[in-house]
Ligand binder design. Structure first.
Ligand SMILES: [Zn+2]
Length: 518
């Protein structure tokens, strides 16, 4: 989720007038910090590595929501911050092992890190730690000590830093760099401000310790095994030792001192701090496989999965590991358009013994995706409708993935009306669900309702803080209304008045932004 060569110039500019004017004051209010965060994620949403994957999102949310709930219950997350901040996690395809908190309650999570995780407890420990940097206002507290630089300058620096960390990651161990943006992005931080940027992103040791302790309390309260902290630390250490190509930015910003590990071990208590492994976690293993397919999507990387499912290799694995290997291999085969192979692997996955219900649900989503990719709409319709074993309460909620996929199948099966109704009702309950608005736009489009379709897409643009794109779409919708091009359903004056109102609101907003920058 960082800039490429193409987006770097935009980012450089972003440190200047296109970020909101936050004044010279050093005390950052939550509202101002949120504005700063909004302007940063605006660039991240446009990044080619930004990952919109409903299944991965459901998984991460199944950890994140209990953590938020626990932070509220403990009083770590105050109501004013709860309201003012976004508490939103942006996923990135990048293979670096990284996760970070941004101003305003935004978080970045890289597939490289998810691919390394073997239990939900481990991922919850990282998320709890990052969440605690924000609930404890570390960004504002750090900026308070740093009167020389205004918050918006820091915002620009953060963008530059993310850009630089990405381009470095595309260099291999022999320092052969494939990304042409390497020099440009590096130049961004190599100047006189280089050191200042580094220090503006790295929290103090005290803040890291506070985030560890608060995150530990939050994760434990949410029901995650406290050992997740220690085993994640150990995993990061071990993996970075075996892989010295600089793909571990998380360790650069979170150095693993023996202090930190000892502190967490002390908190767990002696009886649990030994080498007792956590129980095997099917869900985390399958999601790690999915993350690795996203993170390493070159042909070579995708083909490597097949070696892992050769009978001799597979039979040597424990059932949960077998399932993860088959899931990864099926996803990789699908990416390579080897659909027959993907379907066979999905079938094999459904026969792995003792698999929990979440595996059934993942298999169903996978088989439906394979059918859609092959244009076998009838098969997709049947697969979506097939009953699955009732998920037990501990399984990750896949409700949103299933809703979005069912809508996609309905649109393809000329049943867009039902998709539009279901998605519309979902957006009423989840008005900030970007992906649902995009899907609703597609359903309206397929239904022959161009004005409503454009309005839904404009809503999604607004959620990505791309106000110019949103306004451009709404103007196009106003043109259609003027020309009477309503489509199959005829005039809809309520829709037209919503379009007018939204357009006026955005014009007003852009005017205010322009005034602030003067
Ligand atoms: Zn930290």
């Amino acid at each position: 989720m960082a800039a490429t060569a193409q987006t770097t110039p935009v980012l450089v500019k972003a440190s200047g007038p296109s970020l909101p004017d936050l004044g010279d004051g050093t005390a950052i209010s939550p509202a101002i910090e949120r504005k700063l965060g909004d302007s940063i994620v605006r660039s991240l949403y446009r990044d080619p590595d930004y990952l919109d994957d409903p299944v991965m999102t459901d998984y991460v949310q199944s950890l994140w929501q209990p953590l938020l709930k626990a932070a509220r219950a403990r009083g770590d997350l105050r109501p004013d911050l709860d309201d003012a901040f976004a508490w939103e996690i942006l996923l990135s395809r990048e293979r670096d092992v990284n996760a970070f908190a941004l101003p305003g309650g935004y978080f970045g999570l890289y597939m490289g890190l998810v691919g390394l995780v073997q239990t939900r407890d481990e991922l919850a420990s990282v998320l709890g730690h990052e969440m605690s940097h924000v609930t404890q206002r570390h960004f504002a507290r750090k900026t308070d000590n740093d009167a020389a630089r205004t918050p918006w300058m820091i915002g620009g620096m953060i963008l530059g830093m993310i850009a630089a960390s990405k381009t470095q990651s595309s260099c291999n161990a022999l320092n052969q760099c494939t990304n042409s943006g390497y020099d440009a992005a590096n130049a961004l931080i190599m100047g006189s401000q280089g050191l200042a940027v580094q220090s503006s992103l790295n929290y103090s040791r005290d803040m890291e310790r506070e985030a560890d302790r608060t995150g530990f309390g939050v994760a434990s309260e949410a029901g995650f095994a406290p050992q997740g902290f220690v085993s994640m630390f150990e995993k990061l250490q071990l993996s970075s030792r075996n892989n010295d190509s600089g793909g571990f930015p998380y360790l650069r910003s979170h150095p693993l001192s023996t202090d930190r590990i000892a502190d967490m071990q002390g908190r767990i208590g002696v009886e649990q701090s030994g080498s007792k492994p956590l129980a095997s976690d099917w869900q985390a293993l399958l999601m790690a496989a999915r993350a690795r397919v996203f993170a390493d999507s070159g042909v070579d990387g995708l083909q490597r999965w097949q070696a892992d499912v050769q009978p001799a290799v597979l039979s040597a694995k424990a059932p949960a590991q077998q399932a993860a290997a088959l899931y990864g291999a099926a996803l990789a085969a699908m990416r390579l358009r080897a659909y027959g192979q993907a379907a066979a692997l999905a079938m094999q996955l459904s026969t792995v013994s003792a698999a929990p219900p979440v595996v059934d649900r993942l298999v169903r989503l996978l088989r439906t995706d394979i059918a859609l990719a092959q244009d076998q709409v009838d098969v997709a319709v049947a697969t979506v409708a097939a009953p699955v074993r009732a998920a037990d309460a501990k399984d990750m909620s896949l409700d949103r993935s299933e809703l979005l996929q069912r809508a996609q199948v309905q649109v393809r099966a000329n049943d867009a009306g039902r998709a539009a109704t279901a998605l519309y009702l979902w957006t009423v309950d989840h008005p900030r669900d970007l992906g649902a608005w995009r899907a609703l736009g597609a359903a309206y489009e397929a239904q022959g309702r161009p004005v409503a379709a454009i309005r839904a897409q404009a809503q999604a643009d607004g959620l990505q803080y791309d106000w110019n794109a949103a306004l451009g779409r709404l103007r196009a919708a106003q043109d259609l209304v003027r020309q009477g091009q309503w489509g199959a359903f005829g005039p809809d004056h309520i829709e037209a008045s919503i379009v007018d109102t939204r357009a006026r609101e955005i014009v007003q907003l852009l005017r205010e932004q322009a005034n602030q920058q003067r």
